[in-house]
Design a protein around this ligand. Structure first.
Ligand SMILES: [Zn+2]
Length: 154
């Protein structure tokens, strides 16, 4: 009888989830990463970089600005394929909502666009602050591009 809920989930887009972006200094033992990493927080649960890969914040920022296919999760080295993501996340904007279809994991997400922008803005502030308190690098290194600039949209 597990088929019916599964079918229903496939046919109906999920309702919007609460979203956050957690920026923190990785614990090498837990996260299999070093430096400052970012993880998506969905309905209060942090999606661990060890399982999902660290967020590519440049890609996430672009996905907020315009729909398309993005590698929102990547490998610590910055190559999503190295982390097992080959198809990326199909991002659509639907009024106040953004919907993601992760084609590699088949996970689907729906967020309010305003919530995601707020999360990104908070992450930007948190990462810049963290960097001043230690000598950590960003992981992946490309995330420095996100923190170095202050885009108008943030
Ligand atoms: Zn890698």
């Amino acid at each position: 009888m597990a088929l019916l809920p599964r079918l229903r989930r496939l046919l109906q887009p999920p309702p919007p989830a609460a979203v956050g972006v957690d920026v923190f200094v990785a614990d090498d033992d837990v996260d299999q990463a070093e430096g400052i990493v970012a993880a998506l927080v969905v309905d209060g649960a942090r999606l661990p970089p060890f399982d999902y890969g660290p967020l590519d914040l440049v890609a996430l920022h672009a996905a907020c600005e315009r729909p398309g296919t993005y590698f929102i999760w990547t490998c610590t080295c910055g190559d999503p394929g190295c982390g097992g993501a080959f198809s990326g996340v199909l991002v659509t904007h639907d009024g106040e909502m953004t919907r993601w279809h992760d084609r590699d994991t088949e996970h689907r997400y729906c967020f309010r666009r305003a919530d995601l922008w707020r999360a990104l803005r908070d992450a930007h502030r948190a990462g810049r602050e963290l960097r001043t308190t230690g000598s950590w690098e960003f992981t992946p290194a490309g995330n420095a591009d996100f923190f170095d600039r202050v885009p108008d949209s943030l």
